[in-house]
Design a protein around this ligand. Structure first.
Ligand code: SF4
Ligand SMILES: [Zn+2]
Length: 333
């Protein structure tokens, strides 16, 4: 039974409540739950059913989040729970994001203890979307900071700006999964009618936090033309800065798209080439292509980090400058 009262909701008539944690703004009747499954109305009050409970925990390479410009080559303790405010057609983790499963108790204190082990740099809130875990993420992130460790959020980025601003001082780095560049895409692919992810990305940058983007390229949903990917490159360059990395990820059949073929690799290569005209750092993911997984200096083209899958070879020195032309590298380390 959920016992921790949720944040970001308002009471309505007849014991209904409106949750305003994310732009979906669910109106939830007494005894009901929000779209994300884990915010529940009990007697006219909203509760979270996942506070201090996890479904998954692992020590992952930071590159798996993916974060390529944040402590490259490090390990990060990663946790997730149940629920999500989106329902993406190809969700890899739908067993935990779109249904409730058994969960294990995991206090913030335990999270800090585990985050210190095996050389981990801190915690990544990931696997399902951490937005809907707001109360626990905030309390844990505070303790993680006090312990001198880092907090990472891997998220779809659709959170109310007010709630984001409350989390921002505690989170060091974000990977935002940018599904598309317009509302139509979100409605078709993620059943989400009113995304605000673009504004959220701008706020993350404005706060000076590290941000990388992931774009899963899905046959039947994304257009395989240069103009289509140009739009990503242009918008990111103009609104987030040319130094913001984007990861184009290869789709493989999953969840509701089991009969859709994987993304052709030449489409990822084209997306990479087109976007490289606008941004310094473009990567391909879910495919082994060392040339397009590695980082090059935007000024002289020297290899700065060699990557082959999760094997990482950092080639710049501890002063954080390009060994060839001395340009400062765009890395947090
Ligand atoms: S966080 Fe959950 S309950 Fe709240 S508005 Fe979003 S989907 Fe609805
Ligand atoms: Zn250089």
């Amino acid at each position: 039974m959920p016992t921790v009262e949720a944040k970001y909701w308002e009471p309505l008539k007849s014991n209904k409540v409106r949750c305003i944690l994310c732009p979906r703004s669910c109106i939830i009747p007494d005894g009901g739950q929000g779209f994300c499954l884990v915010r529940k109305n009990k007697g006219g009050k909203l509760y979270t059913s996942i506070y201090g409970e996890i479904t998954s925990a692992n020590y992952d390479p930071i590159e798996k989040k993916p974060l390529y410009h944040f402590y490259p080559g490090s390990v990060i303790f990663s946790i997730g729970t149940n629920g999500c405010n989106l329902d993406c057609k190809s969700c890899q983790n739908w067993e935990i994001s779109r249904q409730e499963t058994s969960r294990q108790l995991f206090t913030s204190e335990m999270a800090v203890e585990y985050a210190r082990r095996y050389g981990s740099i801190g915690i990544a809130y990931t696997y399902n979307d951490p937005i809907i875990w707001f109360e626990y993420v905030k309390d844990t992130a505070k303790k993680i900071k006090e312990a001198g460790l880092v907090n990472v959020m891997v998220t779809n980025g659709n959170i109310s700006i007010e709630a984001l601003l409350e989390l921002l001082p505690l989170i060091d780095a974000f990977n935002v999964d940018l599904k598309g560049m317009d509302e139509e895409y979100y409605l078709k692919f993620s059943s989400f009618p009113n995304p605000n992810v673009w504004k959220v990305c701008e706020e993350i940058k404005k706060a000076g936090k590290h941000l990388e983007l992931t774009k899963l390229v899905v046959p039947g949903f994304d257009k395989f033309t240069p103009e289509y990917f140009e739009r990503f490159g242009k918008w990111i360059a103009e609104n987030l800065g040319k130094e913001t990395p984007i990861h184009y990820s290869r789709f493989f059949p999953a969840y509701k798209l089991m009969n859709t073929p994987p993304t052709p690799v030449n489409v990822l290569d084209m997306a990479y080439d087109v976007t490289k005209e606008y941004l310094y750092y473009v990567y391909v993911g879910n495919v082994i292509e060392p040339e397009r997984e590695s980082t090059y200096c935007p000024q002289c083209g020297a290899l700065l980090v060699r990557r082959v899958s999760y094997n990482v070879d950092v080639l710049f020195d501890s002063n954080g400058i390009c060994p060839n032309c001395s340009r400062p590298v765009d890395f947090v380390f």
